[in-house]
Design a protein around this ligand. Structure first.
Ligand code: ARG
Length: 475
């Protein structure tokens, strides 16, 4: 059923209808559209624009439709243009002409962006929950390897020894920032555009603040033109999702590297691996690769929307219909990847022995020599130079740092006493990195303790918000 047409002598050409139509993707806004219609109905009734009888009938039909949409009993049909027209068809099928009453004081322009905000809030809260699940898996895995030395890398070259748990835990911190971003985003997104009308507000006695509160928003739009035009919340959500995707991708990349025969550190569980159709021996870390690969489309969705928005005059333009598919796709993608990566992390085992053997390789203890000299009051530039000479001598003579003789050490720098060998152990190097956030067992224990507290409080925060949102949706 068309929501317009009074001034037209002819209906839209087939190609026009096909291009205009959005119901095949915006149908997922139906529950939110119905909920915001109920809020709008309250105001139409309380301001006396609808009688109690009419409002009661519409309320009953909206609630029926809500149930029928949930079960799939009511669905969009080929002639519906968008979710709003499909649901108005549903109302008029039930109620006759009064089904069209809800359009008073409201335009699809404020309606669609209100629906999209509600959809986005609902789903970003789910993303937050899934991120927390992944953080919990990362923390558990990090704890499992709290005492496992491994080489740490810069430039993918051995740099300094680290505790492998420290390596795993770093990812949980990246996701903590994503949760922070979702919290910030929720504050800015909690503004209801309902009441902005087509662009100029309404001459009817509506109360946008009341509808805003009924829908769980903190406030209503302070400028009706901005209200219908603002898609910052979509762009920001797409950025947050792209950032989450990038963090997932970086986990994927590490898992791929660690699972190579050359590294041989990671044993990815069968349930999270795939085989090859031709090479019977293959076990590939496809989940890690897909986590990496999906990041591309998440970045693409963000740049696509920013390109749509750039240069768009304010107030509603049909270009804005293009805001939905990238958001839906990014949310679907992230909600698909997060549980798979969580499972992969939780079920991967690492070869402690291989990692421990690799920890001191590549002269990864050279910094210990430099730090030893600094403690003997040698300026760092000289200390660095001397440690470099030790490495060069080892390289040319096929030895490890602790194998240099007392006189070789002394010749390179007089402050290099035989006790320098005390710091040339992986264990000693790890134990000495006691700065906050460092890789020493004591710093790591502190890190995990506060990380757990953070995740717990985030869990509570997002769970409360989810509960409040569900309560609002169920009224
Ligand atoms: N399907 C449209 C969208 O998603 C709804 C708003 C249409 N408004 C209009 N004035 N044509 O943006």
């Amino acid at each position: 059923m068309a929501l317009w047409g009074g001034r037209f002598s002819d209906g839209p050409a087939d190609a026009v209808f096909a291009l205009s139509r959005s119901v095949h993707f915006d149908w997922r806004l139906a529950p939110y559209d119905l909920r915001s219609s109920l809020a709008h109905l309250e105001i139409l009734q309380s301001s006396g624009l609808l009688t109690a009888d009419v409002a009661g009938a519409i309320r009953g039909a909206l609630l029926e439709l809500t149930a029928e949409v949930a079960t799939g009993e009511f669905q969009a049909i080929a002639s519906d243009e968008d979710v709003h027209s499909a649901l108005e068809r549903g109302l008029t099928e039930k109620l006759g002409d009064i089904g069209g009453s809800l359009r008073a004081g409201r335009s699809r322009n404020d309606q669609v962006t209100t629906d999209l905000r509600l959809y986005a809030i609902d789903h970003m809260l789910e993303v937050a929950t899934q991120i927390i699940n992944l953080q919990e898996a990362l923390i558990a895995k990090a704890n499992e390897y709290a005492d496992a030395p491994a080489p740490g890398f810069t430039h993918l070259q051995h740099a300094q020894p680290i505790i492998f748990g420290h390596e795993i835990a770093k990812h949980a911190h990246a996701f903590a920032r994503d949760l922070d971003r979702i919290s910030d985003w929720l504050v800015r997104t909690s503004v209801s555009p309902l009441g902005s009308g087509a662009l100029a507000g309404s001459s009817l006695p509506l109360s946008p603040e009341k509808t805003a509160a009924a829908l769980g928003f903190t406030s209503s739009s302070a400028n009706s033109i901005d209200g219908v035009s603002d898609r910052d919340f979509v762009a920001e959500a797409l950025f947050v999702l792209a950032m989450v995707g990038s963090h997932l991708s970086r986990i994927g990349e590490e898992w791929c590297i660690w699972a190579t025969t050359e590294f041989g550190w990671a044993k990815v569980a069968d349930a999270y691996s795939t085989g090859s159709s031709i090479m019977p021996q293959k076990k590939n870390p496809d989940m890690a690769e897909l986590a990496r690969g999906k990041a591309g489309r998440l970045v693409g969705n963000l740049t696509g929307l920013l390109t749509t928005l750039k240069g768009l005059p304010f107030a509603y333009n049909r270009d804005l219909q293009e805001d939905k598919e990238p958001l839906f796709d990014s949310i679907d993608t992230v909600l698909l990847v997060l549980p798979a990566v969580t499972g992969m992390v939780a079920t991967t085992n690492f070869d402690r022995e291989k990692m421990a053997l690799a920890a001191p390789l590549g002269f990864s203890l050279a910094t210990e020599i430099a730090d030893y000299l600094v403690r003997a009051h040698v300026p760092f530039a000289h200390a660095h130079e001397a440690a470099g000479k030790c490495v060069a001598l080892c390289e040319s003579s096929g030895r490890q740092l602790h194998q240099l003789t007392d006189s070789e050490f002394a010749e390179i720098h007089p402050s290099l006493q035989p006790d320098v060998r005390d710091v040339l152990t992986v264990h000693g190097a790890l134990a000495s990195r006691t700065t906050i956030g460092g890789t020493s067992p004591s710093s790591f224990a502190e890190q995990i303790k506060s990380l757990k507290e953070l995740v717990q409080s985030d869990f509570k925060k997002f769970n409360d918000k989810k509960r409040a949102f569900s309560a609002m949706m169920g009224q």
